[in-house]
Design a protein around this ligand. Structure first.
Ligand code: SF4
Length: 608
């Protein structure tokens, strides 16, 4: 019995239909804890070198952590790991909602999907009853349609993770949808599920989770909830969720605008949180066990539709980054992307890149299928979302992601393809915000913000400063923040409500019976970070320093308007940041962990 865990790893060989279970390894639980840690471990150890991301050797691994499904604020997160069809490297996507808790109560710490099914299936889990069932009637249908149908068939207590047409058509940034508006969003996890012909996972669990010290756990959990309830920022956060930052980003020049050519949007105010709340939000919606629900459920009167969202990233990437200023239009684009099963961040980027190509005359109406693909064209945006998900016309090219699309088109378009390592950059313009720029450059999945959200720190200490303390801050964040993805809980209670992180320590100890300080946990974070770096190095020939460079736009194209007008990070400073980063990490000048570093973090045997 492993206290704090479901205790079982489930393997589903889709090629043969064989379903097996094995006990969760206590050593893996000790060294990698859960969630993202389990995913990284399984990926490194089990997916053979040079496996095709869309081939049978790749695996899709969903993992809970010790906090998942437990009395912990936001304990409703699971991690989806795979070899990314978008980047060719490590992909890990966090998903909230209600799925994780049911998975844990079904006794499952990880579900590992292997092989490729000969026909569309869905994985049905009702505690110990586990079956692959025919999904032919659902294939080709949209994610929300299928989730509704499966809920009607099995009942509301079943939780569903489902792909849309984007996943079926292996769009490189297809996502996995859940609870009508929560996603495992980034890196193309939905494409891997699609190529495996798995339309959905439907599950319910009714078991209990062993706890080392039930009374200590109750007390520690209640202390965490009390801290959330007493937090000063609770009301504002709950009212606006992540859109609380939209106006701030616009003011400081961090709001992605027209393919990141600027960081302030002249139509920005119409996208701000209070405007959205007044115009479209009808209620709040949260994940399992969350005392501060950031999800906003919205009604778009103009379209007669509803969506969970949009949250800040979608507003940035499908609003200002496309030159779209009406919140109803952004929310409708959000709904289309969710329902068709593609990531709003990558889709917003790649459409913005195509719009810039069109405005520069590199694409014409002949390329766009007759669409007038100018910034701000709402109808063209809606159509392009659909064309990407269905891989029609220009959408087929864009479905490969901005890096591959730019490489194919040439003509210098890679200059304004906004990505790192092939993953499109999320919602912060980083022309002059060196910590956030470094966070994007070095994030272990590509240009995603959730590993180290350092933009406010830039403003506190001087945005253009290039200094060892800034680099140290990014590294600390990269060890600390992703630990929430390892533990299976949401980090936003710490980030947004400022609750004391030490309150989590007794909860983890009471749950698992193992005492770990934050220093111990940060070492786990560092171990996972180095393991994922070793994965990139193993999988991509010639991987190294140049893969950590940002889009040239951030060091060569100063914005011509807005708060960061005329400002960029000089290329020599970009290189200085990397030098300091590698040195502090114990990596060589090409970004390769040294033997001493691998030894220090306990990885020597794992990567041998
Ligand atoms: Fe989910 Fe938002 Fe609550 Fe985090 S803060 S658990 S993402 S609803």
């Amino acid at each position: 019995m492993l206290n704090g865990y479901g205790g079982t790893i489930l393997r589903v060989d889709l090629s043969t239909g064989k379903i097996t279970k094995e006990p969760t390894s206590p050593q893996m639980a000790r060294d990698f804890v859960g969630g993202r840690g389990f995913g990284a471990y399984f990926l490194y150890k089990e997916v053979p070198q040079n496996a095709d991301p869309l081939g049978p050797e790749n695996k899709l691994i969903v993992s809970t952590g010790p906090f998942s499904g437990m009395l912990i604020p936001g304990g409703g997160k699971c991690d989806w790991t795979t070899k990314s069809p978008l980047t060719g490297g490590y992909a890990s996507a966090s998903m909230g909602g209600l799925f994780t808790a049911e998975m844990k109560y079904a006794g499952l710490d990880s579900i590992i999907l292997e092989g490729i099914s000969p026909k569309p299936v869905y994985l049905f889990i009702d505690d110990r009853k586990i079956e692959l069932r025919d999904a032919t009637p659902y294939w080709g249908k949209s994610a929300i349609t299928v989730e509704k149908a499966l809920k009607e068939k099995f009942g509301e207590e079943f939780q569903i993770a489902v792909i849309g047409p984007g996943g079926e058509n292996t769009v490189a940034f297809a996502h996995i949808n859940h609870d009508y508006g929560r996603q495992a969003g980034r890196g193309g996890v939905g494409a891997v599920m699609g190529v495996k012909k798995v339309k959905a996972i439907v599950l319910r669990g009714t078991g209990s989770v062993p706890v080392a010290d039930p009374e200590g756990y109750r007390k520690a959990g209640m202390a965490l909830y009390k801290a959330c309830k007493d937090a000063e920022g609770l009301a504002e956060w709950t009212r606006y969720g992540t859109t609380v930052v939209t106006s701030w980003c616009d003011e400081v020049g961090a709001l992605p605008t027209r393919n990141f050519s600027a960081g302030s949007f002249e139509g920005g105010k119409t996208l701000y949180g209070p405007v959205m709340r007044k115009e479209i939000v009808i209620t709040d919606k949260g994940c399992f066990g969350c005392p501060c629900p950031c999800g906003k459920y919205s009604r778009m009167k103009r379209y007669g539709t509803y969506v969970e969202g949009p949250e800040y990233e979608t507003i940035g990437l499908m609003g200002s980054n496309l030159g779209i200023s009406d919140i109803q239009d952004v929310a409708q684009a959000n709904l289309l992307a969710d329902d068709l099963g593609i990531d709003t961040i990558s889709a917003g980027n790649v459409i913005a890149w195509a719009m810039e190509c069109y405005e520069k005359g590199i694409f014409t109406k002949k390329d766009t299928g007759g669409l007038d693909l100018r910034f701000g064209n709402v109808e063209a945006t809606f159509k392009m979302i659909e064309m990407i998900a269905r891989r029609e016309g220009l959408g087929d090219l864009l479905a490969e992601g901005v890096k591959k699309a730019a490489a194919k088109v040439g003509e210098g378009t890679d200059h304004f393809a906004i990505h790192v390592k092939g993953m499109e950059q999320s919602g912060y313009a980083t022309h002059n915000a060196t910590a956030m720029l470094l966070a994007y450059m070095t994030a272990d999945v590509g240009a995603h913000h959730n590993r180290a959200w350092a933009i406010t720190y830039d403003l506190q200490v001087g945005r253009e400063r290039v200094a060892p303390e800034k680099v140290a801050r990014v590294i600390w964040l990269q060890h600390f923040r992703p630990m929430f993805d390892v533990l299976g809980a949401c980090r936003l209670q710490w980030v947004e409500l400022g609750i004391d992180r030490d309150l989590y320590v007794p909860a983890l100890e009471a749950l698992t019976g193992i005492h770990r300080s934050w220093a111990d946990l940060e070492l786990v974070g560092e171990r996972v970070w180095n393991l994922t770096r070793m994965y990139w190095l193993r999988e991509i020939e010639g991987f190294g320093r140049h893969w950590d460079l940002p889009a040239p736009r951030f060091y060569e194209d100063p914005p011509t308007s807005g708060a960061t007008k005329g400002q960029i990070t000089k290329f020599e400073d970009v290189q200085k940041l990397l030098d300091m980063y590698y040195e502090q990490r114990g990596w060589d000048s090409n970004g390769v962990p040294t033997a001493a570093t691998l030894d220090k973090v306990g990885l020597t045997a794992v990567v041998a």
